[in-house]
Design a protein around this ligand. Structure first.
Ligand SMILES: O=C(O)CCC(=O)C(=O)O
Length: 262
């Protein structure tokens, strides 16, 4: 190839290369029940997934039911692009050291806040939805979700809020709500409000949080849409996920070894 024809060097990456959590991030996750990794997905990749969602949402049967405008459940099984996103090595590299032995998908979904929509996601723990106490096949020690906003997530458009350390307090009492989303609302929601931390993050950042961490999001007061792609992962030894969505990505090592349960 002549010097003239040589492609231009790629622009300096504004995005972190694929990487694992640092020791400090893992310690923060263990202490607080969440960690934020900025700028994991570049704008171009996000635009592609956003465009795919624009397409998927028009396909009959894809959009979730009433009260969930713009939501898509089981999104990773709706197209190759969304499947590849849920299995993207940039996400898996971040979760592997925490979620183990092996790695499996519990469930995936797209959560949307339309412009000027009033729906709040109530204070809840994902385990209130995922764990069936009487079914040992659903018990996980390391289950977590990754929350990836496709637009900048701010307090104005409904970023996540968490209560640091709440993942260590077991299953909290909740009461079903007829309105809003995330309807298993923690009874001590006012206390949660008083002790919460907002997590405003840029588009393409990743918020990792334990399935026990108390979290919620407020309404969207802006003119723009706010979408978040959520993947919940669990160790591969857990034999059940959410229906057809359960998928083992990396089997647990046979007979113990690194990553086997202690
Ligand atoms: O994206 C949000 O607003 C929060 C969604 C959430 O926590 C959930 O659906 O479990």
């Amino acid at each position: 190839m002549s010097a003239r024809a040589r492609p231009l060097p790629a622009p300096a990456a504004a995005v972190a290369p694929r990487r694992r959590l640092t020791a400090a991030e893992r310690a923060a996750y263990a202490r607080d029940g969440y960690a934020v990794v900025p700028a994991v997905f570049p704008a171009a990749g996000l635009a592609a997934i956003d465009a795919e969602i624009d397409r998927l949402i028009t396909v009959p049967g894809n959009e979730a039911g009433p009260g969930r405008a713009g939501w898509i459940y089981d999104i990773a099984r709706r197209s190759e692009i969304t499947r590849d996103f849920a299995e993207d090595e940039r996400l898996l590299a971040l979760v592997r050291d925490v979620v183990r032995p092996g790695l499996a998908i519990h469930s995936t979904k797209l959560v949307t806040k339309l412009p000027h929509s009033d729906d709040v996601c109530h204070w809840h723990q994902d385990e209130a939805f995922y764990l069936k106490p009487e079914d040992s096949d659903t018990h996980s020690r390391t289950r977590m979700s990754v929350w990836v906003p496709l637009q900048d997530a701010t307090e104005a458009n409904g970023c996540l809020w968490v209560v640091p350390g709440s993942h260590r307090w077991g299953m909290e009492e909740w009461v079903w709500q007829d309105s809003g989303t995330c309807q298993k609302r923690i009874s001590r929601h006012e206390w949660a409000d008083a002790h919460a931390t907002p997590l405003p993050v840029g588009a393409g950042s990743v918020v990792l949080f334990s399935a026990w961490t108390w979290h919620h999001s407020r309404n969207n007061r802006t003119d723009g849409i706010r979408r978040a792609f959520i993947v919940s992962y669990q160790e591969a030894t857990v034999r059940r996920g959410a229906g057809e969505q359960w998928k083992v990505l990396t089997p647990a090592p046979a007979g113990g070894g690194p990553g086997a349960p202690g």
